[in-house]
Structure formats: structure tokens, C-alpha cells
Write a protein that binds this ligand. Sequence first.
Ligand code: PAF
Length: 297
Amino acid sequence: MITATTTKALADALAPARDGKQSIGLVPTMGALHDGHLSLISRAVKENDTVVVSIFVNPIQFNNQEDLQKYPRTLDDDLNKIEQLADGSGRKVIAFAPSVEEMYPEPVTTTYHFGPIEEVMEGPRRPGHFSGVAVVVKRLFDLVQPQRAYFGEKDFQQIAIIRELLRQTQLPITLVPCPIVRADDGLALSSRNMRLSPAARNMAPAIYATLCQAVEMSYCEELPDVKDWVADTLDTFHEVNPQPDGLQFEVEYFEIVNDTTLQPIDTWDDAPGIVGCIAVWLDGVRLIDVIRFRPEA
Ligand code: PAF
């Protein structure tokens, strides 16, 4: 494994792959790597000759400064995990961990607009977030020029945004969405999980359990009823299941949407592919998850 902290070192490390016309895969991350990230890296290592794993906590995609400050930073641990995966894979793996100044030597003035897909769910609640994601991902695409880029489906809306970014920029990059990886108790893996207290971590799997029950209900109940039931079940969870330290869920949103347009729908017949997307606060931590109600279109 090679670790590059500058764009020059990254370009040098990638030069042989470019000269030899070898395939390059990119796995963009903000570090604090967990098994979800490792599944993306493993897949990228299987499918490409050279893989770049970027580790960069991108300040311009945080609309909440506290969230940015509290975002876990575990670089040494991350590099060890990547090295273990790279070892013996027969592939060249480059960890790219630049500073903010290296990524953004000039003030960022670019703003991206994505239309209706950013006007729902995360978009209005995190102003500027998706533009900030697009700026850093476009910069990584330009620096790495990968054939494939790997993103986790937990950030379902982010994947739609990157798909639209690729359409707008016409870059010849294949987007590879990868399934959510869950803990044994069902909680979707996230770097933010490590900020949960033990009691909150015990409670958190109720999110996925509730979503799974909602899928069962969707075969006999109307869509608006299922939608309300999910929010009510989680918001009142602590009343039915008393929790220590006054812990309770606070659902920020739960939307049932067309999986392509991301627009909320009213009935189960409104779209061939349907997913439910949720954001829930627990213990001061914002958790998101996604469940599929109907097969992909
Ligand atoms: O999903 C993430 O971790 C980030 O949004 C990404 C894609 C690495 C951009 O900073």
C-alpha cells in the first residue's frame, strides 16, 4: 500500500497504472473506516488493477460545525485496515489522505444544483451539503480519473446525486452502488455509530427492526398508514420500552419514495422501485437508514 498526502504524490503513484492503461477504482471516504467501507474497498480491489481509497473529512459538506468537529478521525487505524486488505491482494492500493489546504488550495466557489432529487429528505435539512459532496467528489474524480467509483447505498440520496453529477459532467466513470452492511443486530454500519453511548447503541437496532416490520405491513396496509406508523413507533418507542438516561428517538423524516426520482409517493402502485429513507436522532447522533419496499425498477 502507498500512502499519499499530496496531489503530486497521488499523481506519481497513479502514473504506472495510467501508462499501462490499467483499470483504476476509487473509494471515496471520510475515514473512521468500518466493515461497510471495507466491503467497498474489497469489491474495488476485486474489480480493478489499482485502487485509490481517499480519506478526507470534507468541511464544505458539513452544514453543522459541531458535527464536523465531532466527526471521528482515526487515520492510523484506517491505514492499518486498508493495508490488511491490500496485503496479498496482488493489487496496487493507494490511500490518499490530503489536508484541507491540499484539497482546496483556492477558496471553493463552485456550486452544484441537482433539481428535484436534492429538494427532498437530506437536501432541505442540510443546505449546501450535496453541493459540498459534489465538489469534493468531482475533485477526486479529476485527480484519480477512475473507471469505477464505489459508494454505499446507506447514503441512498447521495448515490442519486453522484449519478446526476456524472450525467452533468459526462465523465466516463461507472458508478458502483454497494449494499448496506449491517451489524448482527441490524444497525446499519456508520462512522457516527461510535459516538453512541452503550445504552443508545442497544436501542439503535430498533430503527431497522421497525423498517423491516414496515415492509411486512406494506403488503396489507395503505402507504400513508405505513409511513405514519414508522414515525409514531420510533417517536414513542421509549414509552413502550422505557430507556435509561431519558433516551428517545426523534424521527427527523421518514419518506417512502420512487427509487429513481426520489420523490415521495402516495400509493404502492406509484412506482416500480420503492424505498423508505429515514433520519433519526438518538443520543445527539443523527442516524440514517434505507429499506427497500419494492424491487428495483
Ligand atoms: O459518503 C461519504 O463518506 C462522503 O459524503 C464522501 C462521498 C466521501 C464525500 O466526502
